[in-house]
Design a protein around this ligand. Structure first.
Ligand SMILES: Cc1cc2nc3c(=O)[nH]c(=O)nc-3n(C[C@H](O)[C@H](O)[C@H](O)COP(=O)(O)OP(=O)(O)OC[C@H]3O[C@@H](n4cnc5c(N)ncnc54)[C@H](O)[C@@H]3O)c2cc1C
Length: 460
C-alpha cells in the first residue's frame, strides 16, 4: 500500500502550486465545475506550463499515484474515486493566440471556448465551440465537440491541426499529420497524456442567422410534433436544438423564463436572414411564441445562444443517441418531461445531428462521425438527496423508455455517467485502434480520464 504522504512531499519539492488535503484553499482547489461532484484526490496541482506538467509526472510516475488532467471539471462526474490520483489542473495555462491570416488558433490547455469565440469574432472568424462559454477547449475537443455549426462543419476535433502533450514518459511531444497519437487525440479522449497546447483551424464566418423561439408548455405537443417533421428537411447549414425546459425562479434565469415551463427551439443558420427566416417559418407558424429572438447576429454571439450556466452549478445528467424521432418517441418525451409530467428535470433537449456530423472528413481523427439523428441530453438539480434520487430516476426512465429508437451508441462529451462499453462511442474498429495507442504511450495506465480507454493487452 502506497503511503500517499511521501509522494505528495515529492510533488511539493518538484513543483509549485500543489494543494493537499487540509491545506488552505483545499476545497476550492479540488472543486469541479459540476458542484455535484465531490472530488477527493490525493493532491491538486495547478500547473503553470509544460515544465510543471513534466515535473508532476516525474514525481508521481514511480509512486503508485496516477494523474488526472482537468481543465474545468465540466466532465468530472464520470471520473470516479480519486484517492490515489493527483488532479492536475490546467486552468493557469489559459493564454491563447489567434493568427487571423492563417485562420488558426493556438490555445493553452486551460483556455475556455467563450474567450476564443470572442477573440476570433474580432477578426471575422468563428470557432467550432459548443453551447457553453466556460467549457474547456482542450477537454471538449479531445472527445469531439459539437455546437451550432456542426451540421455544416462537423466535430471540433477534426479542425485540430497539432497537439502538444506530455506523455507518460515525461516527454513533451508535438503531434500532427498522420501520427497515430494525433489521430487518437482527435476524439479518443484524455487518457493519452497531458495536453499542454492545441492548434486548430477557425472558420471565415462573421455572422449567422440564429435565435430561439420559446412557447408555453401547453403547446409543447404541437411544437415537438412539428419539429420532428421539420428537422429532417433542414439543409446542413442549419443546426437545431429542441428543448423542454422548466427553470427555477432564481436570479440568473431571464425574467420571462422564471418558473415558466416552456418548449424552445434554438437554431443557427449559416446563410442570409431571408433564407433563414423562410426555413424557420413552419415552426414559427405552429403557435405564437412567448419570445422570438431570431436575427442576424455576430457568429461570436452563438456562444450564449443556448443560455447555459456561466458559473459552476450542481447537476445530474444523462444522455442517449436516437436514430429517429418518431411520433411515438415524441409522445414518450412529452409524457416524461412535458406538461403535467411532474418531472423534476430542468431541461430535456434533443440536439440535431446529421449533416457533416454523419460524414467523416478525409483524414478524420478517432471520432470522425457520430451515428444517429439526435443526441438527447437531460439534466436536473440534486439540491436535496430526495431530489437527486427523483432526478436520477427520471433520467433513467427517459433513456429506458426511448430504447426502441436508440442507436446503442454514445457521445462521450454528453455522458455524465461512465460508459459501460467504450466501443459504443466510436465507429467499428476505432476502439481497438485506440487501445493499441494507449498501450503504446501509457502502458502502465498513469493517466485517469473521465471516459478511459483500456490499454490493449500485449501478446504473451
Ligand atoms: C453546461 C455544459 C454545456 C456543454 N455543452 C457542450 C456542447 O455544446 N458540445 C459538446 O460537445 N459538449 C458540451 N458539453 C460537454 C463538455 O464538452 C464535456 O464535459 C467536456 O469533457 C468538458 O471539457 P472540460 O475540459 O471543460 O472539462 P474537464 O472535466 O476538465 O475535462 C474532461 C476530460 O477531458 C480530459 N482533459 C481535459 N483537459 C485535458 C488535458 N489538458 N490533457 C488531457 N486530457 C484532458 C480529461 O480526460 C478530463 O477528464 C457541455 C457540458 C456542460 C456541463
Amino acid at each position: 500500500m502506497t503511503n500517499p504522504h511521501t509522494p505528495i512531499r515529492h510533488l511539493r519539492s518538484a513543483v509549485a502550486g500543489v494543494v493537499g488535503p487540509g491545506d488552505d484553499g483545499w476545497d476550492l482547489a479540488r472543486r469541479a465545475w459540476n458542484l455535484a461532484v465531490d472530488q477527493r484526490p490525493a493532491a491538486v496541482v495547478h500547473a503553470a506550463d509544460a515544465g510543471d506538467v513534466a515535473a508532476v509526472l516525474d514525481a508521481t510516475r514511480s509512486s503508485g499515484l496516477r494523474v488526472a488532467p482537468q481543465g474545468t471539471g465540466h466532465g468530472a462526474s464520470a471520473l470516479g474515486a480519486l484517492d490515489d490520483v493527483v488532479l492536475l489542473k490546467t486552468d493557469r495555462m489559459s493564454s491563447f493566440e489567434i493568427d487571423p491570416v492563417a485562420r488558426r488558433a493556438r490555445v493553452g490547455a486551460g483556455t475556455l471556448w467563450g474567450d476564443v469565440a470572442v477573440r476570433a469574432g474580432e477578426h471575422g472568424l468563428a470557432a467550432l465551440h459548443g453551447s457553453s462559454i466556460d467549457v474547456g477547449v482542450v477537454g471538449s475537443t479531445l472527445s469531439g465537440g459539437i455546437g451550432w455549426l456542426s451540421r455544416l462543419h462537423g466535430v471540433a476535433s477534426d479542425r485540430v491541426t497539432a497537439v502538444e502533450l506530455v506523455t507518460a514518459d515525461g516527454e513533451l511531444r508535438r503531434v500532427a499529420g498522420d501520427d497515430e497519437l494525433f489521430w487518437a487525440l482527435r476524439g479518443g479522449g484524455g487518457g493519452f497524456g497531458v495536453v499542454t497546447a492545441m492548434e486548430f483551424e477557425l472558420l471565415a464566418l462573421a455572422e449567422v442567422y440564429a435565435g430561439g423561439l420559446y412557447w408555453p408548455v401547453e403547446v409543447a405537443s404541437d411544437v415537438l410534433h412539428a419539429y420532428r417533421e421539420w428537422a429532417p428537411t433542414l439543409p446542413d447549414e442549419m443546426t437545431s436544438i429542441i428543448r423542454l425546459m422548466h427553470l427555477p425562479d432564481v436570479p440568473g434565469v431571464p425574467e420571462p423564463l422564471r418558473d415558466v415551463p416552456v418548449i424552445d427551439l434554438g437554431a443557427a443558420f449559416v446563410g442570409d436572414a431571408a433564407a433563414g427566416a423562410e426555413l424557420i417559418r413552419p415552426l414559427r407558424d405552429v403557435a405564437p411564441p412567448l419570445i422570438d429572438t431570431f436575427a442576424t447576429i455576430p457568429a461570436a454571439d452563438l456562444r450564449r445562444l443556448h443560455g447555459d450556466p456561466e458559473q459552476p452549478v450542481a447537476s445530474l445528467g444523462h444522455h442517449t443517441v436516437l436514430r429517429e424521432l418518431t411520433a411515438e418517441a415524441a409522445d414518450v418525451l412529452l409524457a416524461l418531461a412535458g406538461e403535467g409530467s411532474g418531472s423534476p428535470l430542468l431541461s430535456v433537449e434533443l440536439r440535431q445531428l446529421g449533416g457533416a456530423l454523419g460524414r467523416p472528413r478525409p483524414g478524420a481523427g478517432a471520432l470522425g462521425a457520430i451515428d444517429g439523428e439526435y443526441v438527447l441530453y437531460a439534466v436536473g438539480p440534486p439540491t436535496t438527496p430526495d431530489l437527486a434520487r427523483a432526478v436520477d430516476a427520471q433520467l433513467d426512465a427517459i433513456v429506458e423508455r426511448l430504447a426502441p429508437w436508440r442507436t446503442g451508441t454514445s457521445y462521450v462529451n454528453f455522458s455524465n455517467r461512465p460508459i459501460a462499453d467504450m466501443a459504443s462511442a466510436f465507429q467499428p474498429g476505432v476502439h481497438e485502434r485506440l487501445r493499441a495507442v494507449k498501450a503504446a504511450v501509457d502502458p502502465h495506465d498513469l493517466f485517469v480520464a473521465n471516459h478511459p480507454i483500456e490499454a490493449a493487452r500485449r501478446a504473451p
